[in-house]
Design a protein around this ligand. Sequence first.
Ligand SMILES: C[S@@+](CC[C@H](N)C(=O)[O-])C[C@H]1O[C@@H](n2cnc3c(N)ncnc32)[C@H](O)[C@@H]1O
Length: 274
Amino acid sequence: MMTRLLIPATAGVARHAVDDNLRALVEGGGYGTYLGLGQVVSLSRDDEPIVGDEASEFSREAAHHPERYRPIVRFVRDLCDRAGLTAPRILDFGCGPAILSAMIARAIPAAHVTGVDLSRDMLTLAAGTLQSFGVAGRMTLHHHDARLVAREADHLADVVVSRNMLHRIDGLGDTLTRMVSAARPRGGMACFTAFRQVSDLGPAGQAAFVAAVRERRVTRDVENLVRSFVRAHLSAPSLEQYRKAAGTVARHLNVREVRVWAGNNNNVCLYFQR
Ligand SMILES: C[S@@+](CC[C@H](N)C(=O)[O-])C[C@H]1O[C@@H](n2cnc3c(N)ncnc32)[C@H](O)[C@@H]1O
């Protein structure tokens, strides 16, 4: 298949130019093909449960990359230490195969961790993770939709976490409010997502992306870049939208501290202290 190269020169890339060109490539369906990646770039919207082969593939990949989860595990453990929570109840929304949940359970030996996901396939894979991590006795899995958690869900857990689910959620402010309301006073809610709008990456990030595409350097890093950028482009909120959603939470709930920031590796982090 012939795919026209629509990406402009790297120098001085304007944000709208990158966005428009990316959209053209994605909508033209030739993006993965152009890079020789075949089907790896999913063109479906990204705000639904992950099921079937995609769930299995996600689980395999996640299990090979504990380093992606370690900073979050440390964040949660520090949070519990600071709050004096020795046997915290922890809730992981959109737990997927529960690698993060299980790592948290291991890192905090007296914790009870509940994983919630909308995909039954993911929960089946998660059950296997709990066994292999030896933490099944201190974990519970639930099939539930994070968007439908009761707004007055107070006291479901001391600490609520979520990784790479928010970019899939419609009604971000409302869902965040529901998720934060599940965290007890003294505890908090921390969300992390690796998916960002191209426009939020800044000139260096945009230029790196454009250069990779122009030069057809299909390394593992580029593949990951392509996956996350394409997905981000299709459905991820911008940093500004995250900030607005955090404002919605603060208007509806008692929160002592709200932080929204761009972390390492271009991820977005949100923290609400109750
Ligand atoms: C990209 S995966 C991330 C999984 C896990 N948090 C991780 O970082 O390894 C997103 C997960 O969110 C789940 N999900 C999507 N929408 C959801 C919703 N509304 N409620 C609960 N889970 C949802 C998907 O089924 C999927 O397992």
